[in-house]
Design a protein around this ligand. Sequence first.
Ligand code: ADP
Ligand code: MG
Length: 315
Amino acid sequence: MTVSTAAKPSAPTARHRYGEGALIVCDNLVRIYKVADLEVVALQGLDLLVDTGEIVAIVGASGSGKSTLLNILGGLDTPSAGRAIVAGHDLGQMGRRERTRYRRRVTGIVWQQTDRNLLPYLTAIENIELPMVLDGARNRGPRSRELLDLVGLADRAGHRPERLSGGEQQRVAIAVALANRPSVLLADEPTGELDSTTSAEVFGLLRRINAELGTTIVVVTHDALVSDQVSRTVSIRDGRTSTETVRRTERNDAGEHRVIAEEFAVLDRAGRLQLPRAHVETLSLKDRVRLRLEDDHVGVWPDQSRSGNDAKERS
Ligand code: ADP
Ligand code: MG
């Protein structure tokens, strides 16, 4: 992997090690949109690491920056500051030619809107061949049939999108995204317009692709059923990764498998962490908190002096 080695004078050595070996590295990623005189900070210092072969769900409220992140990872948008590196490509530094190649070969994207994924006047098989045509790939026929088979639609090769159901269209879209054997499959709420049964099928397909082809997958979703099925769910809040849920299967004494889900807060390299909103509200934490280092944990307390003053002010 060719990660930028240019030493920044202010950068401590740990900075170079951050994300070493990861397929996707987002390091203090910032994206600011300027609309007229206003600045919208869509990503404000987002850190994220994804290893090769992982399937990661990204969840978060509307407007939290999920699509902005995916657009950057897909090479469609560039960061305002910070670094994003995917499979050794520094997404903030790519020239036009590298960017085009990157978009064709390194990532495949599936959008929520089926009409954004497929060309309406091409058949399923022609849609799948298109990225290969653009990339000048050979063996397109066998490859596209293999992909159509993989997504379970071998009998729909000659159908245009309008003659496919919503779920079938998304499965073709997944085949299109995989056409040039990308390292990363990105999907932005791919099941957002589907009913729950169809959405479970489409998601099952993504998991199978991850398991069988080893393709790394980053999928944005609103669907808790979906996010429950992956080993790692990352929550984004206000343009930053806030918590991660990591799931693993354990076998109990009776030999039954059960899924253990543990929630973690994300600690950035400056030592900052975001407390879950529920914790903040339950303890009425505000402005500043008291911390105490214990043998094996750190305690966080409300600032009693402050809350006392508040109480006096209110009474
Ligand atoms: P999500 O996908 O989580 O709903 P987005 O990444 O689409 O969130 O948006 C994050 C924030 O950035 C929102 O406040 C949104 O209004 C703003 N935003 C997104 N795209 C643009 C754009 N092209 N121009 C201006 N603001 C944008
Ligand atoms: Mg979005």
